[in-house]
Ligand binder design. Structure first.
Ligand code: SF4
Ligand code: FES
Length: 269
């Protein structure tokens, strides 16, 4: 633990600007600046992430680190700053951690393969207001990793559940819905993230107020779809998808072969 004196600062400075000011002082004195992640500084990109006084993203609810201001602290406070905690998030340097495990969860299934072409005219694909709002509630996840940092189990299921729900709610995401959920949950487990036990620490620190029921939905849907075939693959979904017509009414749920290939939409015999 290293203690720094940041001097007199405006309460209207953001927390990251405070680190900038400290780094400027360190650089001018010939010392190494403190490495920390950031990008948009608007609560959009999910790059920033610090445990501040023991709380992921700091003391303000629904607030990313980059949107936290010094006015949330008292004059003269000593503030503890740590990198994200959580199994697969290993520290690269100072306050920077390796979050590539999140990228691999997205690579496992966080996409759709339906050709979407250019932007369609409005109302060509009808989506009910309720479904579009549910999808949007999940789509606001910025992938910051605070949920993992706060979870006693080190689970990333709030993140994975948000991505699975977001894509699985929309018509374009339906054909691969089950395969996507299986592959992403399998990758989540393969990365070494912990079990989802609904303690709720994840939701408490989420800067986008993602709700605790989101990770439950994909698992519940999978159980309902394939109760005797819910065997997660031993390795990540390799992207191969085979099967019959997509999105048809006569489809069976997805399942995983012994080789880890997700087979989906096979017509009923
Ligand atoms: S669910 Fe919330 S805390 Fe977790 S990665 Fe997404 S935005 Fe961050
Ligand atoms: S820097 Fe982009 S969300 Fe904080």
């Amino acid at each position: 633990m290293v203690r720094y004196d940041v001097g007199a600062l405006s309460p209207d400075m953001s927390f990251l600007e405070t680190l900038d000011a400290l780094n400027e002082r360190l650089t001018l004195s010939g010392a190494d600046p403190i490495a920390f992640d950031h990008d948009c500084r608007e609560g959009i990109c999910g790059m920033c992430g610090l445990v501040i006084n023991g709380i992921a993203h700091g003391p303000e609810a629904a607030t990313a680190t980059c949107q936290l201001y010094l006015r949330s602290f008292s004059d003269g406070d000593v503030i503890d700053v740590e990198p994200w905690r959580g199994g697969p998030f290993t520290v690269i340097k100072d306050l920077v951690v390796d979050r590539s495990s999140f990228d691999r969860i997205i690579q496992a299934g966080g996409f759709i393969t339906a050709p979407t072409g250019s932007a369609p005219d409005a109302n060509v694909v009808l989506v009910s207001k309720r479904r579009s709002e549910q999808a949007f509630d999940a789509a606001v996840c910025i992938g910051c990793g605070a949920c993992v940092a706060a979870c006693p189990n080190g689970s990333a299921m709030l993140f994975a559940g948000a991505k699975i729900t977001h894509l699985g709610m929309l018509p374009q995401g339906q054909p691969e819905r089950d395969a996507r959920a299986l592959a992403m949950i399998a990758q989540h487990d393969a990365e070494g993230f912990g079990a989802y036990t609904q303690i709720g620490e994840c939701t408490a620190v989420c800067p986008k107020s993602i709700q605790l029921d989101l990770p439950v939905r994909p698992r519940r849907a999978l159980r309902a779809a394939a109760p005797h075939r819910l065997t997660p693959p031993r390795r990540a979904w390799d992207g191969r998808v085979s099967g019959g017509e997509r999105g048809g009414g006569d489809r069976q749920p997805s399942w995983v072969t012994a080789r880890g290939t997700v087979v989906m939409n096979r017509p009923r015999r």
